[in-house]
Each structure stands twice: as C-alpha cells, then as structure tokens.
Ligand binder design. Structure first.
Ligand code: NAP
Length: 250
C-alpha cells in the first residue's frame, strides 16, 4: 500500500482536492471533525472525529505512514491548523495550508471589522442597529440571543437543535450560492439595517456584501482567527496540486 496523503477537511476545497487526487490514482485519507450528522463523504478513504490534540495527530501520522498533510479546514476553524503545524513539525511531515482568500472591503463598503462576537454586539449598539441579518452559521448564535430589543433574520443551512431563545427572529433555511438579485430582495423585504457575518471569502455568499454596499448598510465582519505563520499557504486546489506534485517527487 502506498503512503497516503492526509487532507484535514470540511470545506469545498477539501472535497475538490480529494476528488482530483483520487482520480489521479493517489491514496487519500480525508479527515472530518464529525460535527455534521450525515456528512457528504469525500472521494477516497475517510476517517471521522478528533485526533486528540497534537500528540494524537502525531500518533496517527506515524501509524498510517502519512506522506504529507493538507490542512484544508475552514478559515474559521481556529484550532486544527495549529495542531497540524505542531504535529507535522515534530514528525517531519510536510504540511500545506489551503485557504481561500478573505474578502476585502471595496469603495462604498461600511464594514465594522471585529475580532470576536462580544465586540460585534458592541458595534451593533454603536451603529444603532434595529433589524439585523445574522449570517454566522449555527454554532455561535447564543452571543446574540439575549439582545431582546433587536429583530433578527437568521439564515442557516439547517435548523439548530435546540433553537436558541431569540425573542424577535425569523429563521430562514437555505444553502448558498446566493444570487445578487435575491440578496437585494432579502435586504429590502426585511428592511435590514445591519449585517453580521464572518469573513469566509469565496463567491457563494459574497452577494450580500454587494447588496449591502449598494444600500449603504453596515456590515459587522468578523476577522479570521490567527494561523501559524510559518505554514506555507495556497489559495486554490490547483496550487495545492502543484505543491503535492513537487513534494511527492522528492
Ligand atoms: P477547530 O476549532 O479548528 O477544531 C476543534 C477540534 O476539532 C480540533 O482540535 C480537532 O480535535 C477537531 N477537528 C477539527 N477539524 C478536524 C478535522 N478536519 N478532522 C479531525 N478533527 C478535527 O474547528 P471547528 O471550528 O470546531 O470546526 C470543525 C470542522 O468543521 C473543521 O474541520 C472545519 O473545516 C469545519 N467547518 C468549520 C466552520 C467554522 O466556521 N468553524 C465552517 C465550516 C466547516 P482534536 O484536537 O481532538 O484533534
């Protein structure tokens, strides 16, 4: 059996990379955290669940004879990249990060960039928001649930269980990509006066930012968490394939 490539997954880039590598005849193991009940499975082999910190990952790298690691976790997955860096450095296994570029503000944007959700709540107060479009996923909604005097439009892929106790909220279940015309309509129909989101980057959910810019609506934008600075990072699956091509030849 050839030595596998380990992809730390959970993103569209991770799925695309696994597919390309398997199609090219490479042995690939994709790792998922196990947060989603029945996740879409990537091409190739799959393992699910945490490794048990840096040491657990080091054991796994050794046991499986991992050739190299691609950290393709989400830009807002704050821990896994640090663990991958530690484990790969100590094990001498090559590591590459693949991360889509963040969005950057364009002329006319009214962004309030924040490092955390308590700061986001402060900014909502500061800009005197009343009707807020919350597009932050379902894990961290509790930070906003006690703002009883604000009305929220909360868009998620699927309902959270349990539903956080928002006093005034409408829940909307939809999966991107979202078209600009629909995002314009959404902001107008619900009379949104502020948006809260994470700087995920990518095309699929960017249209709301354009619609907000056109209307002068402020966007409270959570910045990405810090990453280990020494890890080489690329923005695309193509660039990751080029890096792998070189590493696998050495
Ligand atoms: P995190 O804070 O970076 O990770 C927390 C712990 O979960 C890690 O220490 C690790 O446990 C385990 N873990 C994370 N990713 C893993 C993976 N791919 N394979 C095996 N174990 C993993 O990440 P998170 O924010 O909880 O997100 C979990 C997963 O969901 C990530 O893989 C990410 O790509 C995906 N995701 C996250 C977001 C987001 O906004 N955070 C959005 C979309 C998808 P051990 O220490 O035990 O190894």
């Amino acid at each position: 059996m050839s030595q596998p490539i380990l992809i730390l997954g959970g993103t569209s880039e991770a799925y695309a990379l696994a597919e390309r590598l398997v199609a090219a005849g490479q042995r690939v193991i994709s790792s998922l955290a196990g947060r989603t009940e029945s996740p879409r499975l990537p091409a190739g082999e799959v393992r699910i669940g945490g490794f048990g910190g840096v040491e657990g990952l080091m054991d796994y790298l050794r046991q499986q004879g991992i050739r190299c690691v691609i950290d393709a976790t989400h830009p807002f997955a704050a821990q896994m990249g640090w663990h991958a860096w530690g484990a790969c450095r100590l094990s001498g296994v090559p590591l590459l990060r693949i991360e889509r570029p963040p969005w950057t503000p364009a002329p006319g944007d009214r962004w309030e960039e924040v490092a955390g959700w308590s700061e986001a709540v402060e900014r909502l107060r500061w800009i005197n928001a009343r009707r807020v479009f919350l597009a932050i996923g379902r894990q961290e909604l509790q930070h906003f649930a006690s703002l009883d005097d604000l009305w929220f439009l909360i868009r998620l892929v699927s309902p959270p269980d349990p539903l956080p106790p928002f006093r005034q909220a409408e829940w909307l279940y939809a999966r991107g990509p979202f078209a600009l015309a629909d995002e314009r309509d959404l902001l107008d129909r619900y009379r949104i006066d502020a948006i809260v989101c994470k700087n995920s980057g990518g095309e699929a959910t960017a249209a709301k930012l354009i619609a907000a810019r056109e209307r002068g609506i402020p966007v409270v934008m959570r910045k990405r968490p810090p990453r280990p600075p020494e890890v080489q990072s690329v923005a695309t699956v193509e660039a990751a394939l080029a890096w792998l091509n070189e590493v696998l030849q050495t």
